[in-house]
Structure formats: C-alpha cells, structure tokens
Design a protein around this ligand. Structure first.
Ligand code: TMP
Length: 219
C-alpha cells in the first residue's frame, strides 16, 4: 500500500479464467507464513459479509440482464466495504494482505471486456481508493483458450465464465496493457506452464520480497 502509513504489504493476484490463481495463492501464503510473515488472504468481489452477498449477485448466471454500469458500481461498492472493513485495518496492523483480484480486474473485465470507458472507472477508483494502490500485482497470464479449457473442467459456469472467447481476449489484452502501463508494480507470471514451473517463478518473486524484508529489518 503506497500511502506510507503502514508496514504491511498489499499484494494482488490477477489473471483471466483458469489461470491457476487459487493454487498459486495456497503456495504464496504458505511460503510467507513459513517465513514468519502474518498474512491475510482475501478476495474480490467479496472478502466481507456484505461483499460476499454482492459477489453472489454479480456471479449469478440468472442475472443475464445486468447492465454494465450496475456491474461496475457493484464491484466498487463491494471494494469500498472490503477496503474499510478488512484491507486497511490489516495493513495498519502490519500484516501482508494477499488479495485474489482487485481494481486491475475492473479495468480488465468492465473496461476491456464490457467496453466501459476507463476514465469512468478511474473516477470510481479515485473516489473509493483515494490514491491507494497495491504494492505488487502478480498477473497470471496464459492463452485464452488454454485458460477456458481449464475453467470449463470446474463444473457449473458463473455469469462471467459464460462469456465468449472474444470477451476473454479483450480481458487478457487489457491486463497486459495495465502491466505495460505500470511496470514497477506488475510482475507477469507465465501461467501457461506446468504447476512446478509456475511455482518456480513464484518462488523467485517471494525470495526477492523476503530479501527486501531482511534488508529493511537490518535497517
Ligand atoms: P474469481 O473467479 O477469480 O473469484 O473472480 C470472480 C469473477 O469476477 C471473475 O470472472 C472476474 C470478475 N471480476 C470483475 O469482472 N471485475 C472485478 O473488479 C473483479 C474483482 C472481479
């Protein structure tokens, strides 16, 4: 979190469908906890009682008529609650917050996927986050067809998973554009590789963070 008022770190994981974020999160949190770091694992949309109810509304495939603006506002409504109830207090306690998706997902899905003007997303981002951004964002990138094939094996599809391949191509392109726009914050993980190779990439990133921590604690 880049407001300079806390010691915790805010790390977000992003990527299209079937990118393997859940397995990566298990590995990431376990490695950090082994290193003695207090970790809070959470997700968006969701992460609070209220936010999980909003998530259910957003993912429900029965809501075929949901307007793109409604979808965008619900994402930020859940995010506002999540920030104030969970993320900011944890960072203030010095914990590391590991969040499965955050505002880059809004730029990718509502911006890229649905075609909402990024300036409108930016207005809500400024309003809700007031300049607060993740310290690091890991983008799990893989070819769209490969991700959809993996996601398709998981059973019933939610409202987003039911979109067509061109929607996810726009999502992927928007994510890659965000990564190019903010190269200091983003790390791209090649998620098309086998699990072991993905963990090796993650392991190198985590080692870098732990080295930085040691340097900070030596002062
Ligand atoms: P998940 O499947 O990774 O838990 O995410 C739920 C879905 O919500 C996923 O399809 C991406 C979508 N999403 C958005 O469209 N915009 C957002 O801002 C977030 C956080 C998620």
């Amino acid at each position: 979190m880049n407001q300079g008022i806390t010691h915790g770190r805010f790390i977000t994981l992003e990527g299209g469908e079937g990118a393997g974020k859940t397995t990566a999160l298990d590995y990431l949190c376990a490695r950090l906890e082994q290193a003695g770091i207090r970790v809070l694992r959470t997700r968006e949309p969701g992460g609070t009682g209220l936010g999980e109810k909003v998530r259910a509304l957003l993912l429900d495939p029965d809501h075929t008529g949901m307007h793109a603006d409604t979808e965008l506002l619900l994402m930020f409504a859940a995010r506002a609650q999540h920030l104030h109830e969970v993320i900011l207090p944890a960072l203030e306690r010095g914990e590391w917050v590991i969040c499965d998706r955050f505002t880059d997902a809004t730029y990718a899905y509502q911006g890229g996927g649905r075609g909402i003007d990024v300036q409108r997303i930016g207005l809500l981002e400024d309003w809700v986050q007031q300049g607060m951004q993740p310290d690091t964002t890991l983008l799990f990138d893989l070819p769209v067809a490969q991700g959809l094939a993996r996601a398709g094996q998981r059973g019933a599809l939610d409202r987003f998973e039911q979109e067509q391949q061109d929607f996810f191509t726009r999502v992927r392109d928007a994510y890659l554009a965000r990564a190019a726009q903010y190269p200091d914050r983003f790390r791209i993980v090649d998620a098309g590789q086998a699990l072991e190779a993905v963990q090796q990439q993650l392991g190198a990133i985590i080692d870098g963070w732990l080295e930085q921590e040691q340097k900070c604690s030596r002062g």
